[in-house]
Design a protein around this ligand. Structure first.
Ligand code: BGC
Length: 383
């Protein structure tokens, strides 16, 4: 089944140059400045698998299924979407599933049976929702895949996401440019951490970065001393920080404990970057490597400011939520939903019309403008 994902990835590689960003989306995005909620959200997982709020209104009911409260971004995504949908007059059933597939399936079943007309789903495992979405289709409930594509289901009407391949490209280019791979003699030591194999995005992030870096690996300018290069060897189940950390512990002890310099760690996102950073702090004594990331989570932005993480990719969840709400609204009103890509994302049943928002490069030089001036975080949150 996963082989289909690879062909999806190849399609995106070819179409990458055609992609357009979320232009103008920011104008409709709300300023999400509820700092207290965001701070709590990173630590409080006690309300997992519970509905956060249900508000009645006359506009119809929308089920929003998010994967987990463990990662900061999904809390923001859920909150933003709930707020915008409610403002647009919809009743919202927002659920988090503790990264447990069975929990997510049963939450979606409940949403369908309790009368949701549209489902917005950020899947835990893109391949595991086929059966429950058959029920949605039978009852004419429309489905929007949110951020992560839902695979092998023809019940999916739309996909709203960021340009996932571009995320990986930006990470790979950052390492290429920082190490000056086209001019420097090298060789440079690099290790690789990507995400969950059940998350279609992980292959896009990995593929975008590897497409930039592969030639340097092939010519020996980049050396991956662990020998772990293929997707399956560098995947991180559930994108878990602890899993990345223990894998990095093992890599350091086998390859870098004798003072060998590690020049770069390609991390597909911030949760894996955090695990790598924690491990390096505990076990590595050489010069600090370049570390990439994605999401601009608070802990990682703090690490960027402290010089422990080199860059992250900023995906403004307000923009994605706003686009998705436009899609919901169009479905509810029977009009055309906004899409800007009809070539890239084949979920195994055909191309899913998509809206791809543009990811933005973030580092210590531009984070203030991107994150604070835009109201995404307050300065206090990053202290
Ligand atoms: C999202 C990333 C996120 C990762 C882990 C991916 O599907 O696109 O933004 O870091 O999941 O939650």
């Amino acid at each position: 089944m996963k082989r289909k994902l690879v062909s999806t990835f190849l399609t995106v590689a070819m179409a990458a140059s055609l992609l357009v960003g979320c232009g103008g989306g920011n104008t409709s995005a709300p300023a999400s400045t509820d700092t207290e909620t965001k701070t709590e959200a990173t630590t409080d997982t006690s309300t997992e698998a519970e509905a956060t709020e249900t508000t009645a209104s006359g506009g119809g009911k929308v089920g929003v299924a998010m994967p987990t409260k463990d990662l900061q971004r999904w809390n923001q995504d859920g909150e933003n979407m709930q707020k915008l949908l409610q403002e647009a007059g919809y009743e919202v059933d927002l659920q988090y599933a503790s990264n447990d597939i069975a929990t997510q399936v049963s939450q979606i079943e409940n949403m369908i049976s309790s009368g949701a007309q549209v489902l917005v789903i950020a899947s835990i495992d893109g391949d595991s929702l086929g059966t429950v979405l058959e029920q949605a289709k039978e009852q004419n409930v429309k489905v929007i895949a949110y951020d992560r594509l839902i695979m092998n289901s023809d019940a999916v009407s739309y996909y709203a996401t960021f340009d996932n391949y571009m995320v990986g490209t930006k990470q790979g280019e950052y390492i290429r440019d920082q190490l000056d791979l086209d001019n420097a003699a090298g060789p440079f030591n690099m290790e690789i951490f990507t995400g969950d194999p059940g998350d279609n995005n992980a292959r896009f992030f990995y593929g975008g970065a590897i497409d930039v870096l592969k030639k340097y690996i092939d010519e020996g300018k980049i050396v991956v001393k662990s020998g772990q290069v293929d997707f399956d060897n560098v995947a991180t189940a559930n994108w878990a920080t602890e899993t990345a950390q223990s894998r990095m512990d093992a890599i350091i002890s086998a390859n870098y404990a004798d003072g060998t310099k590690l020049d770069a760690v390609l991390c597909s996102n911030d949760s894996t970057a955090l695990g790598v950073t924690n491990s390096l702090e505990a076990n590595y004594t050489g010069d600090w490597p370049i570390i990439t990331g994605q999401d601009c989570d608070v802990a990682n932005v703090k690490n960027m400011i402290a010089g422990k993480q080199s860059m992250s990719i900023f995906k403004d969840t307000r923009t994605l939520a706003a686009k998705t709400v436009e899609m919901v609204d169009a479905i509810m009103k029977g009009t055309e939903a906004p899409v800007n890509d009809t070539e890239t994302y084949d979920n195994g049943t055909g191309i899913i019309p998509s809206y791809l928002c543009e990811p933005v490069f973030a580092d210590v030089n531009n984070y203030k403008e991107l994150l604070i001036d835009s109201g995404y975080y307050t300065e206090d949150q990053l202290q």
